[in-house]
Structures are given as C-alpha cells and as structure tokens.
Design a protein around this ligand. Structure first.
Ligand code: HEC
Length: 393
C-alpha cells in the first residue's frame, strides 16, 4: 500500500481518537472543578465531609459528597480518572509525530525562520517537550510553588520563553502546535506523575488504616488547578493550524501569548462563577485582548501592489501550475501527499477561480507553499494577490 495513503488513514483515525479522548478528559476535568467549587456544607454537619451537592442530569437526581481527606473505610469499587488523559496524550503525540516529524520539511521547518536540517528540528522539538515538563515540575516543587501568585508569574514567564524559542526555531505553524504539545504534555504528566501517584499513596494509607498525608491531596489539587487554566490555551493551539493569519504573522509569538492569556482569563471567570462569584472583568479582559489582536492583524493595503500589473487568468494560473499543483492536484505528484490537500485542486484556470479567495489568503500570509518548498518569488506572490484583488477574472 502506498505510504502517503496509509498515512492519510492513520491521520484520520488517530485524530478521531484524539478528539474523543480529549473531550472525555477535559469534560471530566471541567466537571470536577465545577463540582468542587459548587459544594455546599453538609446539612447533617458530618465532620468527615467537606461538602455535598445535589444535581439533576439526564432525567435523574444525583447526590455527591466530598470527604475532607478520606472516607472512614475504603469503598469496594473506586473509579479512577486517568485513561482519558493518557489516551489523549498517546493519540496527540502520535499525531504530532506523524505530521510534524513525518513531514517535518513541510510542517516544522521554515527556511525563512531558520534553515534547520530535518533531524535537528525533530531532535530540538523532542528536547523542548521533555525539558518543558522537567522545568515546569521543578518550578512547582521549588520555593516559588508555595505562593500561588509567584508561581503564576513564573509560569507565565516560562510560557513566554518557550514561545519565543519555538517561534524562532520552527515554522509558525510548527511552533504554535509544538507549544500546544509542550503544554498538553505538562497537563498529562501532571496527571501521571503528580496526581495519580499522590492518589495511590492516599489509597494505600487508608487501606493500611493510616491517616493519609494531606500534602498528597494538596499537590494533586495544585496541578489540577494548573490544568484547568491551561485547557483553553491548549485547545486554541491545537486549532491554530487552521489560521495562518495568526501563526504566519511576524509577531506570531505575541499573538500566541495574547490568545493564551485571553483563554486563561475566560476559564478563570467560569471557575469563579461555579462558586457563585461572577467577575466580569475577566472575560472583559479576554475580549479586550482579542479586540487588540483583531486590530493588530488587520490586513493593510499592500503598498507593494501599487506597481504590479494585474495578470490575466492564464498568467495567474501559470504561477499556480508551477508552484502549487505538485500537491494541489487530483493525483498529486509531491511525495507524501496522497490526495489534494483540503480538497483544493488547482489544475485548471476554472479551479483556480473557484478557490481564489483561499488562494489569496494562503499566498498573502505565506502559509503556502509550505515552507516555500516550491520557491515562489515575491513578485509571483504579488501577482496572485493583485489578480484576486482585481476580482479574480
Ligand atoms: C508541498 C505541497 C503543497 C504545495 C506545493 C502547496 N500546498 Fe497548499 N496545501 C498543502 C497542504 C498539505 C495543505 C493542508 C494544510 C493543512 O493541513 O492545514 C494545503 C492547503 C491549502 C489550502 C487550503 C487552506 C485551508 O485550510 O483551507 C489552499 C487554499 C492552498 N493550500 C493553496 C495553495 C497554493 C495557492 C499553493 C501555491 C502557491 C499551494 N497551496 C502550494 C500542500 C501544498
């Protein structure tokens, strides 16, 4: 079987799995944060119980209790939440490897940013993923970890550094996704290396009739809170490959940081809201940040277009035929591409007209050709832009 064809199937099936496990994980995580924040004092005054909640879902009444540290006796059956997180990472990492390492010269390396050999780009991205977790974990365990405010400041500083490094090493698209992978890895490692081990110790202590150390639960809580704030930024980063206007911008690192902060602010609003406090300044801050970006990214009339003669359809198509149809054909000739990407076929002038608006967007942001692999010139780009701007005729 053709390798590119097999890769296309792997891409679909792994992505499907990734989205589903991600929904299961984040859904459960949102649910428990909301539950925790909306608990009420137990009506019967049970000193072992921190809070309780009545709820209604799917036609049934539910009654939940959270214990201060542990129940008096171990229940026979205890449900753990971990495989959702683990499978989200396993599928996500596989997808990253399949696309960004498997086709690194297309997706990860951009010679206009840095002309890295493929092996170096792969190695550097792997080092960043591992080092990201190690550095974050150290930060949480250091003195800074004792103060939430200081840890928050340090965590943001850490994100700034990682973003600056990634956007100066890799293609915009690769950098955005890699920052997403680093953050997502931290979230899953929080589950695997901090939350679950703490819970195992708690369960073992209770089984042995000892009082569990409250510090184990506190670490779990700290990491679980971090995960909640990272969720919206990570989901944005995972969606970002659809938006070259963001990752291709020359200040793409700033764009990434602004959207990450906007996401965290919105999440903070919902966390507070579950405990009955609504701080509207938070989503307002997020909205202002996004409005700022809308202005920052506003397409300006391109002064370079002034001297460009509008080409005819035949001339415009000749450029596309030279630089795009290797991939954008019913039967692509470019190695590793099995079918026309996103269904965009540009083999005939009529097809070019059909896709004119997207073609302009991709050519203007320099998202296409990927990593300028077919070496389109500045002059040719301007001709395409001028042709679409003049009505694509
Ligand atoms: C090396 C192969 C390759 C070349 C050459 C190439 N493209 Fe693409 N193109 C792709 C891939 C892969 C995607 C899908 C990207 C993704 O997964 O988001 C794509 C996507 C697109 C899209 C759809 C974007 C979207 O998300 O809706 C357009 C439009 C496009 N390319 C236009 C062009 C134009 C115009 C050229 C030539 C100037 C070009 N491409 C050259 C591989 C290529």
């Amino acid at each position: 079987m053709d390798l590119a064809y097999a890769a296309e199937w792997a891409n679909l099936l792994i992505r499907w799995l990734h989205v589903i496990t991600g929904i299961a994980w984040i859904g459960a995580s949102f649910y428990f944060i909301a539950l925790d924040n909306s608990l009420e004092r137990p009506k019967d005054g049970d000193p072992l119980v921190r809070g309780e909640q009545w709820s209604l879902h799917g036609g049934g009444f539910y009654y939940k209790k959270k214990f201060v540290s542990a129940p008096p006796a171990m229940p026979e059956k205890l449900h753990w939440f971990k495989w959702e997180a683990y499978w989200t990472w396993i599928s996500g990492f596989s997808l990253f490897a399949l696309i960004y390492w498997g086709q690194a010269s297309t997706y990860l390396v951009d010679p206009d940013v840095l002309d890295l050999p493929v092996w170096a780009a792969i190695l550097l991205s792997l080092v960043m993923i591992v080092a990201g977790w190690v550095a974050y974990d150290r930060l949480c365990k250091s003195k800074l970890g004792e103060s939430e405010g200081k840890l928050l400041a340090a965590g943001f500083g850490f994100l700034v550094v990682v973003t600056l490094i990634a956007t100066h090493l890799f293609s915009g698209r690769g950098a955005f996704l890699l920052v997403g992978v680093i953050t997502g890895t931290i979230m899953v490692a929080n589950v695997a290396m901090a939350i679950i081990p703490g819970q195992r110790k708690m369960v073992a202590a209770i089984a042995a009739g000892r009082e569990p150390d409250p510090a184990w639960g506190a670490v779990g809580k700290q990491r679980s809170v971090h995960n909640t704030y990272l969720t919206l930024p990570v989901v944005f980063l995972m969606l970002s490959p659809h938006y070259p206007m963001l990752y291709q911008h020359h200040l793409n690192w700033l764009v990434l940081l602004i959207l990450a902060v906007a996401g965290a602010l919105v999440r903070q609003f919902f966390v507070l809201r579950h405990s009955g406090r609504s701080n509207w300044a938070l989503p307002a801050g997020g909205a202002v940040a996004i409005a700022l970006l809308v202005v920052l990214l506003l397409p300006r009339p391109d002064a370079r277009l002034a001297g460009v003669a509008v080409p005819t359809l035949t001339e415009a198509h000749a450029i596309v035929a030279t630089h795009c149809v290797q991939c954008h054909a019913a039967r692509p000739t470019f190695e590793g591409i099995a079918s026309a990407p996103k269904g965009v076929v540009l083999e005939t002038p009529a097809q070019l007209r059909r896709w004119a608006a997207s073609v302009r967007q991709q050519v203007q942001t320099e998202a296409m050709p990927p990593g300028n692999i077919t070496e389109i010139t500045e002059e040719e780009r301007l001709k395409i832009i001028a042709w679409v701007a003049a009505g694509a005729r």
